[in-house]
Design a protein around this ligand. Structure first.
Ligand SMILES: [Zn+2]
Length: 340
């Protein structure tokens, strides 16, 4: 059908406006077909089908898909959570879009009548922060200063990219920055004792929230479970230090940024294992003088083959990390030459 339309279009370029118009509408229809195949992705009707899962006393998680951003997941690839204290609800991350944020609030309202007391944002990546719009107003949205800074620098570009990747589920979404400044330290609310941990490595600002009362820690994207880690803003050395820091804390349940809740240390171990391999591999290939095309063909060890988005994330990581390691090698080589 598209081919016919295209032929008519070209044949008629000399005149024949009517046929051009017909061909144009056939093109438009073909472009809309993917959306028609995923009706839930249509405009304001996008339904994320959110269903809070209770993981501990007062504590609920909404787990996203393990995929990358796609039309058919509406950008819902992350975990968000909330804690119903005796004095209001603590919200952990707001999701990828205004519609997600609105449906997240509606999902919270199915569990409790309590108002939302505070929102905390783990880091500035779009899947965790673009639901802010649905919470902004009289609710304070807290993030680390480094997260606020990165948001102001990058939110517009990240938003445009997400519109391109997930389409109409983003309808009406505008980047709304965090309003409050999160700092490391403890606070209590409604019978729960919380500790905020100011970390970094996945991005320049990675907040973790520990509920000492329930033994749950919300780790954000410092921890991935069953999915290859994303590294576009990563400092892997700092990230590994943050993983060691989390590992040393007392907790019973860990809510990762992506993947299932962990009742032990396996998700921390696995994230560290993957990042260690990634760094070691890229550094070794840089030392061997490999070019990027060769590095992209590196076979991932069997233990990483089952990770969701493993191949895609490895290729993305090579694209933005490998040049850094090549440069570091060049600079250290240049320094050696100078001293020699
Ligand atoms: Zn994420």
């Amino acid at each position: 059908m598209v081919t016919d339309a295209r032929m008519r279009f070209y044949r008629c370029l000399g005149g024949c406006r009517k046929r051009i118009v017909t061909g144009f509408f056939q093109f438009v229809l073909a472009a809309l077909l993917p959306l028609l195949m995923f009706p839930t992705a249509m405009a304001a009707g996008y339904d994320y089908q959110l269903s809070p899962q209770k993981i501990a006393t007062d504590t609920y998680v909404l787990q996203g898909s393990q995929q990358h951003f796609r039309i058919n997941n509406g950008g819902n690839i992350q975990n968000v959570a909330f804690v119903v204290t005796g004095a209001g609800v603590i919200v952990w991350d707001t999701g990828p879009s205004m519609l997600y944020g609105e449906q997240f609030r509606a999902a919270i309202a199915t569990v409790t009548d309590q108002p939302i007391a505070k929102v905390f944002i783990s880091h500035h990546h779009p899947d965790h922060v673009f639901g802010n719009q649905a919470f902004a107003g009289d609710i304070e949205i807290y993030a680390l200063p480094a997260t606020n800074k990165a948001f102001h620098q990058e939110a517009d570009g990240l938003s445009q990219n997400l519109y391109r990747l997930v389409g109409n589920a983003m309808s009406g979404t505008e980047p709304v920055p965090p309003t409050g400044r999160a700092e490391a330290g403890s606070f209590s609310l409604g019978g729960h004792e919380f500790v905020l941990h100011a970390l970094s490595g996945h991005t320049a600002g990675d907040l973790s929230l520990q509920d000492v009362t329930t033994g749950v820690i919300f780790a954000g994207d410092l921890v991935f479970n069953g999915r290859a880690a994303t590294t576009p803003h990563a400092d892997i050395g700092q990230w590994m230090q943050s993983l060691d820091y989390l590992d040393a804390l007392e907790f019973d349940l860990l809510v990762p940024g992506h993947g299932s809740v962990d009742d032990g240390r396996k998700a921390i171990f696995d994230t560290r294992d993957y990042l260690s391999w990634l760094v070691a591999t890229l550094q070794q290939r840089a030392r061997e003088g490999a070019d990027m095309a060769e590095v992209l063909t590196v076979k991932r060890p069997a233990r990483f083959q089952a990770l969701s988005e493993g191949k895609n994330e490895f290729q993305r990581s090579v694209a933005h990390l490998f040049p850094r390691y090549e440069e570091a090698l060049f600079e250290s080589g240049a320094a050696t030459t100078t001293h020699d």
